[in-house]
Design a protein. Structure first.
Length: 116
């Protein structure tokens, strides 16, 4: 995997933090695969079709850092990074699995784990 792919996937992760993306069902549907699911840092399991309504998934104030990728297959990449939730003053470790589907990279799995 190259730096261009790392930059692309980091950009897509950062898009998922932006209010205009998070409040758009259409924009989220472009980034999240149809079978996307998340193991949230809250302990909840979230599914794309169950959680995204017309108003999206809500606005957050989070900062992403320490972004890295690891290829799992030619068309599958694991991304890991740290998130700081400004409002809650809480950090979490994040992992995402991105798959190349329908001529674009889409998020198929995400997990957040709170840190102490």
């Amino acid at each position: 995997m190259n730096q261009d792919l790392k930059a692309l996937l980091q950009n897509q992760e950062e898009q998922l933090l932006r209010p205009e993306i998070r409040t758009s069902k259409g924009a989220l549907s472009q980034l999240l695969a149809a079978d996307f699911f998340e193991l949230g840092s809250s302990g909840r399991v979230l599914y794309r079709e169950e959680e995204i309504d017309e108003a999206g998934i809500g606005v957050v104030d989070m900062q992403l850092s320490d972004f890295e990728i690891k290829p799992l297959a030619e068309d599958v990449v694991l991304a890991t990074y740290r998130i700081f939730n400004v409002e809650q003053r809480q950090s979490s470790l994040r992992s995402s699995i991105w798959k190349f589907l329908n001529n674009r990279w889409q998020l198929v799995f995400h997990q957040g784990t709170k840190t102490m």
